[in-house]
Design a protein around this ligand. Sequence first.
Ligand SMILES: [Zn+2]
Length: 80
Amino acid sequence: MAKRYYKCIVCGRKFPEGQGIVITKAGITLHFHSSRCAARFLRLLLERLDEGEARRVLKELVDELKKSLEEKEKARAKVI
Ligand SMILES: [Zn+2]
């Protein structure tokens, strides 16, 4: 079976299905051949977001990730 190939929207490099990073949001699918290209896209995206909306979403996400890290650390401490 022929593998599907995607094109990185940041650098244009082609990569086979199952590799790279593919994200679908709001009906738009984004293809990145590497995490480096995804990071570059993330920076561009954040620059363009509305300040207030970005602050709300970023704060929420950072708090959520911090909480998840703390829980993992707690769980690790219990094992030891
Ligand atoms: Zn790329």
